[in-house]
Design a protein around this ligand. Structure first.
Ligand code: GPP
Ligand code: MG
Length: 292
């Protein structure tokens, strides 16, 4: 009997996600780090990224232990929020009728920030069913679930409408995916003239290959940090033209210095980030690009 190509294709099950992607989803379905949940519950803005800007070090001198914990958490949250606002400030002149795409949305903080700032519609995508459910519950509680929606799915293949988005972003989520596949999806979703923004940790081509610290960060989060060059190469191949590039490495240091002293919040990766930034092997970068 001859088996035609069509027959073979029809009978071969196509996995909806790779084993790697399933392991990443397992991580985020199980993740309950106090540094994310304790900070998030301060004002119900749940971020999954780090902070930027100068810290108020006086929080460490607080004599009352409970109050100290509270103040340190508040300060870290303020720095993470400043990072989210910086990203949002680069999304362009959005109006309430515009739609934005939050790729790798985590527990949803970034889309809420964009909605509060611009009144826009937002669609978030996360590979973690638990994160999507959590984020949708937050949107319901805020009464913005008519405009802000989170989807359990793959940011590389969202199924959302082509050209429907005025802006899109990845806030520290690009290191889980192949950049060409990711930017092809952003380019498909963004309208011409739309804006793409990422804040990311990347390894520094000028240092060489991935350092020990970069490899430790990869192992900690099950990710695969890209070199800086990969971003610009992949953007150039996918109709995304950088309009603003900012090295945030220096401004990322106070957050990590404060976090390493927050005994109740540390996860163990703090010194690795500080060493990686300081030895020049790793950079914290913002890239804003126009979809042409
Ligand atoms: C932080 O999320 C970001 C990542 C997991 C991606 C890796 C980022 C790099 C810049 C390399 P988080 O807020 O959930 O992490 P944590 O639990 O450590 O606060
Ligand atoms: Mg965090």
């Amino acid at each position: 009997m001859t088996i035609t190509h069509a027959d073979t294709a029809a009978r071969t099950p196509v996995p909806t996600q790779s084993t790697y992607q399933s392991r990443v989803a397992d991580y985020w379905n199980a993740e309950e780090n106090p540094v994310n949940l304790e900070l998030g519950k301060i004002d119900d803005l749940y971020h999954h990224h780090y902070g930027i800007g100068d810290a108020d070090w006086s929080v460490l001198d607080e004599p009352d232990p409970d109050r100290r914990r509270e103040r340190v958490a508040g300060e870290l949250h303020r720095l993470e929020h400043a990072q989210a606002e910086l990203l949002a400030s680069h999304l362009g002149d959005l109006t309430p009728s515009d739609r934005v795409f939050d790729a790798g949305c985590g527990r949803g903080g970034g889309s809420v920030v964009a909605n509060l700032r611009y009144g826009c519609h937002a669609d978030g995508a996360t590979i973690s069913a638990k994160q999507a459910e959590f984020a949708n519950e937050q949107a319901r509680k805020r009464g913005i679930d008519d405009k802000v929606r989170y989807h359990h799915g793959n940011m590389l293949d969202t199924g959302f409408t082509s050209g429907a988005y005025a802006a899109s972003w990845n806030n520290e989520s690009t290191m889980y995916v192949e950049l060409d596949l990711l930017f092809a999806e952003h380019a498909r979703l963004l309208r011409r003239g739309g804006r793409y923004v990422t804040i990311t940790g990347c390894y520094n081509d000028a240092y060489g290959r991935a350092s020990r610290e970069v490899s430790l960060i990869n192992a900690h989060y099950i990710c695969d940090i890209h070199p800086r060059s990969a971003y610009f190469n992949a953007m150039a191949r996918n109709r995304l033209v950088p309009v603003h590039v900012e090295d945030l490495t220096e401004t990322a240091l106070p957050y990590w210095e404060l976090r390493r002293k927050a005994d109740h919040l540390v996860t163990g990766i703090e010194d690795t980030f500080l060493n990686a930034y300081r030895n020049g092997s790793f950079q914290y970068l913002l890239i804003a690009a126009d979809r042409v």
